[in-house]
Write a protein that binds this ligand. Structure first.
Ligand code: PHB
Length: 386
């Protein structure tokens, strides 16, 4: 075959085969889900994996002519492992990196996402700085500050003047402390800020300070899964019967562990973007579908995973199956959808979700404990982004 004819044939073949920049040479789009599936934060991984699989079971595994392959890996909650897995996935032509159960895990992968131009979908971690770490990060979860700020307003309006804040001592805890304390103090309140280590937390000595200080309320932030230890120690110090109110972001009364806490949790007021008791048709269907597949109640982490898969699907539809990082990222910015939590828009400027924040109170309904919503702050943006 002469060179010219071969050139023409190759050019013709190239127009027949769509040129995909990621997952090249195949119809498959690989989505890597990196999660803590063992260790102290395993519940986050379990919830997100279950929800991602639910989304795929409900919506099929082919989008815009491309087959979605979900690859799930356990990083045990250790940043070095998250990073190694992400690099291996990138070497293996992954189109999207997703998951990230804690802030340090999300941050560890940011340089890889930037360098490889692969979208990093943060389905869990909640400190404000995360989306600033790479232009390829898009978040479907929440920011802790987004929930903490409306609580300051509620506390001020509900006769709470003196608060001790107790937060886990890492980025999202410090965000919670700041987003609550600054507006609360501005409105005339008094705060004492206390921080507790992330690993093997012992709240007892800090709770003793609360017993001595006799504030109107304790404001707490602990990451998903840690709420049970906090509540146990709160009760051991007699604080449940002391008249000191317990308020916080909804991480502490996480739906995954709420029923296990028992009646001591009754009356706890939290602000948050998701409750399994959210009274919408979309959420009722979600909770039922999740329970059928997994036997347990979904929590807020699961919703970040479910909507993360939704975002990948919707973006692929918009790009007609082009899974290059740049194309997917452009398609994800500004996406709006009705989530089980309520309406969500991905802020095109910050790549964070703009969403409602609900005030909730723990109540017993039909024999189970639920975070029952009683007020809504609509369309809340992250308050710590400049
Ligand atoms: C985080 O590490 O960013 C994080 C983890 C669990 C939460 C909130 C924030 O519940």
């Amino acid at each position: 075959m002469d060179v010219i004819r071969r050139g023409i044939l190759l050019a013709a073949a190239a127009t027949l085969v769509p040129s995909y920049a990621a997952g090249q040479g195949s119809d498959t789009v690989k989505v890597g889900l990196i999660l803590p599936l063992t260790g102290p934060f395993a519940s986050t991984g379990r919830q997100i994996e279950a929800a991602a699989r639910l989304y795929m079971a409900q919506n099929g595994s082919t989008v815009a002519g491309r087959k979605i392959e979900l690859i799930v890996k356990d990083d045990t909650g250790t940043p070095d492992i998250t990073k190694r897995i992400a690099q291996e996935m990138v070497n293996d032509k992954i189109a999207v990196l997703a998951g990230f159960g804690l802030t340090p895990l999300a941050l560890a992968v940011a340089p890889i996402a930037t360098q490889a131009k692969v979208p990093e979908i943060v389905m869990a971690a909640g400190s404000s700085m995360i989306t600033e770490a790479s232009p390829f990060i898009v978040r479907t979860s929440f920011t802790v500050a987004q929930s903490a700020a409306p609580m300051a307003e509620w506390a001020t309006k509900n006769g709470i003047r003196k608060v001790v804040t107790i937060v886990t001592d890492y980025a999202p805890g410090i965000d919670a402390e700041k987003a609550f304390s600054e507006p609360f103090v501005k409105a005339g309140g008094k705060v004492d800020n206390v921080r507790v280590p992330l690993r093997n937390p012992d709240f007892a000595p800090f709770l003793q300070r609360v017993v001595d200080a006799k504030p109107d309320a304790v404001f707490v932030f602990v990451p998903s899964g840690v709420g049970s230890i906090f509540m146990k120690q709160f009760v051991e110090r007699g604080l449940d019967k002391s008249g000191v109110r317990l308020i916080g972001t909804g991480d502490v009364t996480d739906d995954d562990i709420l029923n296990g806490m028992g009646d001591v949790a009754l009356g706890v007021i939290t602000s948050f973007h998701y409750s399994a008791a959210h009274p919408s048709a979309a959420n009722k269907a979600y909770v039922e579908g999740y329970k059928k597949l997994n036997g347990t109640r979904p929590n807020f982490m699961s919703v970040g995973g479910y909507d993360g898969m939704r975002m990948i699907y919707e973006a692929l539809k918009k790009t007609n199956g082009n899974a290059s990082g740049d194309a997917l990222l452009a398609a994800m910015k500004g996406l709006s959808f009705e989530s089980p939590r309520g309406p969500v828009t991905i802020d095109p400027a910050t790549r964070d979700p703009i969403q409602n924040v609900y005030m909730r109170k723990v109540e017993r309904v039909d024999g189970e404990l639920w975070n029952v919503e009683f007020a809504t702050t609509p369309s809340v943006k992250d308050p710590l982004h400049k």
